[in-house]
Design a protein around this ligand. Structure first.
Ligand SMILES: Cc1cc2nc3c(=O)[nH]c(=O)nc-3n(C[C@H](O)[C@H](O)[C@H](O)COP(=O)(O)OP(=O)(O)OC[C@H]3O[C@@H](n4cnc5c(N)ncnc54)[C@H](O)[C@@H]3O)c2cc1C
Length: 801
């Protein structure tokens, strides 16, 4: 057996084999896969082999599209068959909301180059004659959908990898992974020890156990899953062609042809987590006992939707486990805080996603970053706060809603509240309607009187509309207060702090007492963060950015250390409030002996507010006169009472994230993972105006400078949309002259200006004064007019005055 390797991939399921193949494809041949038994010995062998592109996460959908197109390439390279059946698939909608979702997905696919189409009941009847169309409004047809042979496909990946120089060692269980001081790994197996520069955990059903060998908790959990194969069905074998796949979200089922019969699987509500305390090492090529009880209701529903099933006998039952992460997306990438340890696990749809996961991980390992934003699947999207006790109920929730409608404003309830700030009970008693970010409860808005304490999930304007309007007007006309816990917050200290910041951040590093906004770029010049840097003293800085990206940002900081600098994630230690609106200055002045009036826009100052030692910044994401007031988490309640009491004479109101996201629209402010994400560059999104071109020593300088000299092909612009009862959320296509030329990054309703606003990336050459375009909103093309000047405080009198 080989005893040294650049990469040791642990696990020979479809995901491990795909990673191995992609590493060789991208140029690393000294790579090795270690499998405890035979290839496919985990979830892979008993998969139903279905694949499809539909995914609410646009980048995941793109990776699924890549995976599906890859199979022909694999067949061509290896001469092996993947057993492909490209029969197409229809996702059914039996109500308006489900249909809205499909129409919205179809719209996204327009610029993604996916050839899906909306089909009506008649077309469905023609394509999929066994569907009972009672109550069906329509469906989404995807010609790429199909199924394959799971084992053949996994072996094709393996053969292609071997052809690229990879080694595969089967019947070789990894029993320990020990890190050396230089960051490399000793992978101890039953057959001896392998010295590897990198480890990839592709342990699938055993990923938790493999992770534990290195002291890492991977937030995933196996769930039992069952599908049935029927005897021959005359309506199928007499059809003269293969029946397409049918996904029925109402019945949480998927159905396809299998030989002369059918195969149907369920995501049943009374589902069961499997191997709660760990996957047994002796679990192999066996199935779980049949369990018709838990799918009884699902079967009854399926009989109504597909009446032929009732007459078909059951030939076989496949009941096996596979893993989910809490949000259903894979866990991919470098494990935060553990050098040279990579994750490729939690892949619940290996045959839709495995290729994309392999490509992404290989790019990340070899080129330092992947070609698209991976936040949705980044293993760093969960923090250290995550535990099996949180993961399990979330995974159950995810399984139960696998095919359900995913609304843009939806807040899923399982395992909540989990993390709360000291303000939780105070805000709750004030009518807070809660959302969750990175495990933390944040206020979306405050319900008043008999308004329900629940926001109706919808693609259209929700019942939060009136409350959001009330909070927006409260800020613009008086003063509002909200919590600023949901910022990622870092302390950067030491004699080389400025030097380090100059290397990591592309923007100007402020002088003591000032703050600046800056993009953080990847080596390839893409956006890896939009930060506020506050210089407290020459050797002491506060960085704030997205709360949800804190672990990902911290990982990047740890990968780029410098002597004489200490970088700490203090997101949950430093908290506070934002007060904003024309009366904000008066409120703050009433709470401190410091001279608030002397603070200029973008000043930062330590001051005692009430009893609390605070860092006060004159800046506000609302675009209004405003202050961010940071304090120690232990002081937060006392600070609240002081600010709240001082605010009462000025009519202070609390506001939540819905109002904040509306207020930002008034000044065209972008937001992380919407306008600003690793999918885009600073020049595309206008953040290049913050780059400090006097320096050329920051990460990403080269590509950024190239774009300064030759501007990129697309540009972020703002539109006012002639909307109806729905506003832009993200990825809606933009038409100019009848052609799809771009897409929206985000949008919403500006309650202050009374208009629907959309941000979009469109070709630079199309950008002009008074540009008229159309944006597709839930199937309707709405007129949109480009705007360049904010209707609120265009001179910045409130903001800077
Ligand atoms: C009933 C059922 C139906 C399904 N249908 C579909 C479908 O239609 N379409 C779809 O896309 N997906 C489907 N899936 C899900 C799919 O099976 C998984 O997404 C996929 O198999 C995950 O692959 P993996 O490589 O991550 O994990 P696994 O297949 O679990 O592979 C992990 C491998 O790692 C090895 N390993 C673990 N620990 C060690 C160790 N210590 N040393 C060495 N080797 C180790 C294991 O032996 C195993 O071979 C289905 C799953 C089930 C249960």
């Amino acid at each position: 057996m080989k005893t040294t390797t650049r990469v040791a991939v642990i696990g020979g399921g479809v995901v491990g084999c795909s990673v191995l193949y992609h590493l060789t494809k991208l140029g690393w041949s000294d790579v090795m896969l270690i499998e405890r038994s035979e290839l496919t010995s985990g979830s892979t062998w008993h998969a139903a082999g279905g694949f499809h592109t539909l995914n609410g996460d646009t980048n995941m959908a793109a990776l699924q599209g890549y995976t599906i197109r890859l199979y022909r390439e694999l067949e061509a390279i290896t001469g092996m068959s993947c057993g492909l059946h490209h029969v197409g698939g229809i996702t059914l909608a039996d109500n308006k909301d489900r249909f809205d979702m499909l129409v919205a997905e179809r719209a996204k696919h327009r610029y993604m180059g996916l050839e899906t189409e909306i089909v009506g009941p008649e077309e469905i009847a023609g394509m999929a004659p066994i569907v009972n169309l009672d109550g069906i409004v329509g469906g989404l047809y995807d010609p790429l959908d199909g199924h394959l042979d799971p084992s053949g496909t996994t072996h094709a990946y393996a053969k292609a990898a071997r052809m690229g120089g990879a080694t595969i060692e089967t019947h070789c269980k990894v029993i320990e992974t020990n890190q050396r001081t230089d960051g490399t790994w000793d992978v101890v197996t039953e057959k001896g020890t392998i010295h590897a520069e990198h480890i990839v955990n592709a342990g699938g059903l055993w990923a938790r156990e493999v992770g534990a060998m290195a002291g890492i908790y991977f937030p995933l959990h196996p769930m039992e899953h069952q599908y049935l194969v029927t005897d021959d069905v005359p309506e199928i074998y007499n059809l003269g062609r293969e029946h397409p796949h049918v996904m029925d979200p109402a019945g949480e089922s998927y159905l396809r042809q299998e030989g002369r019969g059918l195969c149907i699987g369920f995501y049943e509500k009374p589902c069961r987590p499997w191997a709660v305390d760990g996957t047994p090492w002796d679990f192999g090529h066996e199935l779980l006992p049949d369990d018709f009880d838990k799918i009884e209701d699902s079967i009854a529903f399926a009989y109504k939707r597909f009446p032929v099933l009732e007459r078909a006998g059951v030939k076989s039952v496949i009941h096996g486990p596979f893993t989910f992460a809490p949000d259903g997306n894979p866990l991919v990438g470098p494990v935060p805080g553990v050098r040279n340890y990579w994750s490729a696990c939690g892949v619940m749809a290996g045959f839709s996603q495995g290729g994309g996961v392999g490509l992404t991980l290989a790019q990340w390992m070899i080129e330092g970053e992947a070609e698209r934003d991976l936040t949705g699947l980044d293993v760093g999207r969960f923090g250290k706060w995550i535990t099996p006790g949180y993961t399990r109920p979330k995974v159950i929730e995810n399984y139960q809603t696998r095919f359900s409608i995913a609304y843009p404003n939806e807040e899923k309830p399982a395992a909540r509240p989990h993390r709360t700030t000291p303000m939780y009970d105070i805000f709750d008693s004030m009518g807070a309607v809660w959302g969750q970010q990175f495990g933390l409860e944040v206020v979306n808005y405050f319900a008043q009187g008999d308004e329900p304490r629940y926001e109706t999930p919808s693609f259209r304007r929700s019942n939060a509309f009136a409350a959001t309007a009330r909070e927006v007007m409260g800020v613009r006309e008086g003063v509002g207060i909200n919590e600023i816990q949901n910022f990622g917050n870092f302390s950067v200290k030491g004699p080389n702090a400025r030097l380090w910041l100059q290397r990591i951040m592309a923007g100007r590093i402020p002088k003591p007492g000032r703050l600046s906004l800056t993009p953080m770029l990847s080596p390839k010049g893409r956006l890896w963060g939009d930060f506020t840097i506050s210089c407290l003293t020459e050797n002491d800085y506060q960085l704030t950015a997205s709360y949800g990206a804190q672990e990902i940002h911290h990982r990047w900081f740890q990968m780029n250390p410098m002597d004489g600098v200490k970088v700490e994630n203090i997101s949950d230690r430093r908290t506070g409030f934002q007060i904003a609106g024309p009366k904000a200055r008066d409120v703050l002045q009433a709470c401190t002996r410091a001279d608030v009036g002397a603070m200029k826009f973008l000043d930062v100052q330590r001051m005692v507010v009430g009893q609390a030692d605070c860092i006060v910044q004159r800046v506000s994401y609302t675009g209004d006169l405003g202050y961010e007031i940071y304090c120690d988490a232990m002081d937060q309640r006392s600070l609240w009472h002081v600010l709240w009491n001082a605010g009462q004479p000025h009519g202070m109101i609390p506001f939540g994230m819905r109002a904040m996201m509306s207020l930002r629209l008034d000044r065209f402010f972008g937001s992380w993972l919407r306008e600003f994400s690793p999918d885009y560059t600073a020049a595309e999104t206008g953040l290049d105006r913050f780059i400090d071109w006097k320096r050329n020593d920051f990460v990403g300088y080269g590509p950024a400078a190239a774009e300064r000299d030759t501007p990129p092909a697309r540009q972020l612009v703002t539109f006012v949309v002639d909307a109806g009862d729905a506003d832009v959320t993200a990825y809606e296509p933009v038409f100019i002259g009848g052609e799809v030329v771009g897409f929206c990054t985000s949008g919403g309703y500006s309650h202050h200006l009374g208009q629907s606003v959309a941000y979009a990336l469109i070709p630079r050459e199309a950008v002009r004064e008074g540009l008229e375009a159309e944006i597709e909103l839930l199937g309707e093309r709405r007129k949109a007019r480009r705007v360049t000047e904010s209707g609120f405080d265009p001179e910045g009198v409130r903001l800077r005055g």
